[in-house]
Design a protein around this ligand. Structure first.
Ligand SMILES: Nc1ncnc2c1ncn2[C@@H]1O[C@H](COP(=O)(O)OP(=O)(O)OP(=O)(O)O)[C@@H](O)[C@H]1O
Length: 284
């Protein structure tokens, strides 16, 4: 069964003028897939993710047409955002907006507590989430003293503790430096290993090239292109997204030196590494 199905989805915010935020978007996300969503500012990425996870229509109203199904069931049929959250949940771009508790462990168990699990299950879920994302020892850390990357990892762990089968990430690295970005992608790697379905809006095309199974392009609210990642970059299709440049990769693909200081790879190393990524049976 598909994880998410969109059929002719259109949406206009209540106070929106001009073109609607989404126009006739049809798209299927398979179970266990990692779909990257790219597009310029205002293209509709956040709106698309909000419609997938039920923020639209449960939280944000407007004119909506078409259907959104999560695990074969229309989003409205779930009845509420919290009913949907055990199937699909979203990580926002700013961790500050989604960390509510003073201590890391309280943050991670906050969702399971609100779902009404018994105490043993709550603790088990919290510990498992911290273990999975390498956050053991962070239990008593004060959330606002964490680095940006650590905060975002805690945010992902907190969503993971709800065991949703589908996790949406809305530009989770947009406010992070390269080290923080790497932390987030390490966490995403864990989600992939756990078989979680992932939809991620992301500007860092090099990271999507490495991790995503398919890439979708939104432009002016329309889905203009969707393809398997390898074909997306190699087929030269006119999707308007610049392929990862080797020179950019030279900056992106860096390794840790002393005290975590980043050492850029040489151009030859970066080229070889990117070719290696593509040579494997696709990016993933
Ligand atoms: N609450 C709102 N009310 C009215 N219009 C909105 C609202 N939120 C978004 N929009 C408009 O809908 C369109 C799509 O916005 P959206 O935030 O989905 O784009 P985006 O691709 O996520 O952009 P960014 O990369 O800047 O986050 C834009 O024209 C935006 O101005």
């Amino acid at each position: 069964m598909a994880a998410i199905e969109l059929e002719d989805l259109s949406f206009r915010y209540r106070n929106q003028r001009g073109e609607p935020a989404l126009r006739d978007v049809s798209l299927t996300v398979e179970e266990g897939e990692f779909l990257g969503v790219v597009g310029e500012t205002g293209a509709g990425k956040t709106t698309l993710l909000s419609a997938m996870c039920g923020v639209i229509p449960f939280h944000t109203s407007g004119d909506r047409a078409g259907t959104v199904r999560v695990k074969g069931r229309a989003v409205e049929a779930y009845g509420s955002l919290s009913a949907l959250s055990s199937a699909i949940s979203m990580v926002l771009d700013s961790p500050e907006n989604q960390l509510f508790n003073l201590h890391v462990f309280d943050e991670v168990i906050w969702g399971p507590e609100n779902m009404g699990f018994d105490r043993e299950e709550i603790i088990e879920r919290g510990e498992r989430a911290l273990r999975l994302f390498g956050l053991e020892g962070f239990e008593d850390r004060i959330t606002y003293t964490l680095s940006g990357g650590e905060k975002q990892k805690v945010a992902i762990a907190s969503i993971y503790a709800l065991s949703p089968e589908i996790i949406l990430l809305d530009e989770p690295t947009s406010q992070l430096d390269p080290i923080g970005t790497e932390m987030v992608f390490e966490a995403i790697d864990q989600l992939i290993a756990e078989g979680v379905t992932i939809v991620m809006a992301e500007h860092k095309i090099e990271e999507l090239a490495k991790y995503a199974d398919r890439i979708a392009v939104l432009r002016g609210g329309e889905l203009t292109h969707v393809d398997e990642t390898r074909a997306f970059f190699l087929d030269g299709a006119d999707h308007g997204v610049a392929p990862p440049q080797v020179t950019e990769l030279g900056l992106e693909l860096s390794r840790s030196g002393v005290d975590g200081f980043r050492i850029p790879l040489t151009l030859e190393e970066a080229t070889a590494e990117y070719a290696g990524v593509l040579r494997r049976e696709g990016p993933r």
